[in-house]
Design a protein around this ligand. Structure first.
Ligand code: FMN
Length: 233
């Protein structure tokens, strides 16, 4: 029996305790959410530890984490998943994350999503407003994505505080091997896009030059910029 403490856990309660008694879809969703939001920064250590444990050639009959299910049915399945997740895991997905005050930046987000579906029909695209979404769910989508597109209007020579907080959390999770692009509305000084780019670079993302920067409300010329940006991401 492996008493793994935090590793292989979830924030998930199952009355009958064991993994085979859980709804499998929910269980794996929660196991991934836990990995992304808590263990992703330690992915290199996770990969090393898994190699070490597997190298011991132990016959593991049960894994008992400090929270979540007890893995008794095929306990190696969660070790296999961790091995996959810890090596810069990626799917053909792009996630759009934004916040807005008067909906202008939201309209650009929706246009980006529409353009992505035209230019990249096989790519799974999800759009999140940070003020209306669970931040751990959003990070799980970022983890699965090959690129993210991030938007905020300019506010008081800065970005919205909701986006600023979200970008701090993004940096903490130490994602690797992902591209990013930015967009947003402004009224006069327009620092928002530059700040978004700096924060994303600082969080380890490869940020592309192409952007959408719209004075007050997006117009046809801004939507033309969406096409260029989506072609480069
Ligand atoms: C409280 C407040 C502060 C703002 N500060 C700035 C600013 O410093 N520089 C700027 O260019 N625009 C500023 N703006 C203008 C907004 O960026 C502009 O209204 C933008 O179109 C809002 O985008 P949204 O529709 O996505 O909320 C400010 C607006 C508000 C309400």
């Amino acid at each position: 029996i492996l008493f793994s403490n935090d590793a292989f856990g979830q924030h998930f309660a199952v009355e009958e305790l064991y993994n085979d008694k859980a709804n499998q879809c929910l269980l794996m969703k929660e196991a991934l959410k836990y990995y992304v939001n808590i263990l992703n920064p330690f992915s290199m250590l996770v990969a090393k530890k898994i190699d070490e444990i597997m190298g011991m050639g132990l016959n593991i009959s049960m894994i008992c984490p400090s929270h979540g299910v007890i893995w008794r049915d095929n306990p190696l399945q969660i070790i296999d998943k961790y091995a996959e997740w810890s090596k810069a895991y990626q799917e053909d997905r792009i996630t759009v994350v934004y916040d807005t005050m008067w909906e202008g930046t939201a309209r650009i987000a929706r246009e980006i999503s529409h353009e992505l579906s035209l230019q990249h029909p096989d790519t799974v695209v999800k759009v999140f407003s940070v003020s209306k979404s669970d931040k751990n769910e959003v990070m799980t989508e970022v983890f699965k994505s090959k690129a993210i597109i991030v938007g905020s209007p300019t506010v008081s020579n800065d970005i919205l505080s909701s986006m600023s907080g979200w970008l701090s959390f993004l940096k903490q999770l130490k994602f690797k091997n992902k591209k990013a692009a930015v967009f947003g509305c402004y009224g006069w000084s327009g620092e928002g896009n530059r700040i978004l780019k700096e924060r994303l670079k600082d969080a380890g993302f490869e940020v592309i030059e192409e952007e959408v920067k719209s004075l007050w409300n997006p117009e046809a010329e801004d939507f033309a910029k969406v096409k260029e940006m989506v072609a480069k991401i």
